[in-house]
Ligand binder design. Structure first.
Ligand SMILES: Nc1ncnc2c1ncn2[C@@H]1O[C@H](COP(=O)(O)OP(=O)(O)OP(=O)(O)O)[C@@H](O)[C@H]1O
Ligand SMILES: [Mg+2]
Length: 165
């Protein structure tokens, strides 16, 4: 982890993955930054969670930590925002408005899903059955005034997070 002034969240293991409570936006941002090291070489990430759960907030922090210098817009309307971060091809999608997986075929999603690219998908359940299982699944949920988060999938096992086991 890079030095910063935000206390790292303590994760604990459950049968379903690694979980913690993120009390405020700063904690979500901190988690996004912590995930950068594991995703620098690419990967596929599914972000589940209701409207306003913090998916875009987390992606914004991740891309910033990877070295992106500029705005990270929510792809709610554009469907996808793409970035080249020091040679890493990044595709950030929001499938909330996707009614038909053919739409994803049309924009060329299948060509982007390859090792070495970083694919970040909000609302992946909208394309259930079409998308391959992700390397990392992130579930965010409103809880009190903060959020609960769960990390699962093969990449979660290799994450170095405080107090994770
Ligand atoms: N841990 C947290 N505790 C409290 N508020 C948070 C936390 N993390 C993020 N937020 C706030 O919640 C909101 C989340 O908005 P964001 O756009 O990231 O959600 P989203 O999951 O991408 O929603 P959508 O499905 O509409 O794209 C922001 O206002 C952000 O400041
Ligand atoms: Mg969003």
């Amino acid at each position: 982890m890079t030095g910063n002034d935000v206390a790292a969240a303590d994760f604990y293991g459950t049968p379903d993955g690694l979980e913690t409570f993120l009390p405020d936006e700063a904690a979500t941002i901190n988690l996004g930054r912590q995930l950068a090291a594991a995703l620098r070489q690419g990967g596929s990430v599914h972000l589940h969670g209701n409207l306003g759960a913090g998916k875009t907030t987390l992606v914004r922090a991740l891309l910033c930590e990877l070295g992106h210098d500029g705005p990270v817009r929510s792809p709610t309307y554009a469907l996808v925002e793409t970035y080249d971060i020091h040679g890493l091809a990044v595709y950030h999608l929001d499938l909330y408005r996707t009614a038909d997986p053919d739409e994803l075929e049309f924009i060329g999603l299948r060509d982007w899903l390859r090792p070495g690219n970083l694919i970040l998908i909000e609302w992946p359940e909208r394309a259930a059955g079409y998308l391959p299982a992700p390397g990392l699944r992130i579930d965010l949920a409103h809880a009190d005034n903060g959020r609960r988060v769960r990390l699962s999938g093969p990449l979660a096992a290799g994450l170095s997070l405080p107090d994770a086991w």
